[in-house]
Design a protein around this ligand. Structure first.
Ligand code: CIR
Length: 268
């Protein structure tokens, strides 16, 4: 599998506004509640950044009954040919999949789904590269879920590879993100991971690990604000960067990647 642009060329993004109930969002460590109004403000900035990077954004209203539903990436995986509805591994998030399914029928004719007896997979554990779909096994993504996903995407010609998400890290992409077609930003925990062989790896300066959850949208890297060493390193390497305020999102373990589903649909 080698599909130029698959990992970073997008025309469309789906986002969902944060609910007031985001204050009750899941978090690994309690560092305080996010401020829902500030989160809503930051989310608007995020949408503008996506638009400036060249995608058309569809924004859906908050879902109060699902505190973490702003993190749309965890409920689906989208390719040009079709989408897979995932099965989020946290019980409070399982219902987000059905709601995402209802939305995605407007964008895709071919939709697969990880069924209830097929394990679980969070989108935050999936990094789509030009060469393979890397899936981190984690507290939220298990082997059964991986096996199901692998079979479902094979029909579109994509190869999934499983790797272990580092111990104590929520999602695989908590610790890495694509910054270019064949380039990845990764923390020290993943910077020599075999799954990135053949790719350019930029290691996040120590102490700024949270910055690793970056995304590349067309020619722009969306990077969390507040990580000056990472920002400087990327700028010095020629990356075009838009800084995203993610302090509120970070209190509930979110970052730039999890707040959108990005894709480039071809109706087939
Ligand atoms: C959760 O624990 O599910 C949310 N509070 C954060 C999800 C972040 N998702 C992502 O990075 N893909």
């Amino acid at each position: 599998m080698s599909q130029p642009g698959l990992s970073h060329r997008f025309t469309k993004a789906i986002v969902r506004q944060p609910s007031k109930s985001i204050t009750m969002g899941l978090r690994a460590d309690d560092r305080g509640e996010p401020d829902a109004d500030q989160f809503a403000q930051d989310h608007k900035t995020y949408i503008s950044a996506l638009e400036r990077a060249g995608v058309s954004v569809s924004t859906y209203p908050p879902l109060e009954e699902f505190p973490d539903s702003v993190f749309v990436e965890d409920a689906a995986l989208c390719f040009p040919e079709g989408a897979v509805i995932l099965r989020p591994g946290a019980p409070s998030r399982t219902g987000e999949a059905e709601i995402m399914h209802q939305l995605l029928v407007s964008y895709f004719e071919d939709i697969e789904r990880i069924e209830d007896d097929e394990g679980y997979v969070d989108g935050g554990d999936i990094l789509v590269t030009e060469h393979a779909v890397l899936v981190g096994l984690s507290e939220r993504t298990n082997q059964a879920g991986f096996d199901a996903l692998k079979k479902k995407i094979a029909k579109w010609g994509y190869e999934a590879k499983a790797i272990n998400t580092p111990e104590g890290v929520l999602h695989f992409k908590t610790d890495c993100g694509l910054i270019g077609p064949n380039a990845v930003l990764a923390t020290y925990r993943l910077s020599d991971a075999e799954c990135f062989s053949g790719m350019k790896i930029v290691e996040v300066p120590r102490g700024e690990e949270t910055a690793a959850n970056a995304i590349c949208v067309n020619d722009t890297v969306l990077l969390s604000a507040g990580f000056p060493k990472t920002e400087e390193l990327l700028r010095s390497e020629g990356y075009q960067i838009t800084l995203i305020p993610t302090q509120q999102a970070a209190l509930v373990d979110g970052g730039p990647s999890c707040m959108s589903l990005r894709f480039n649909p071809i109706k087939v």
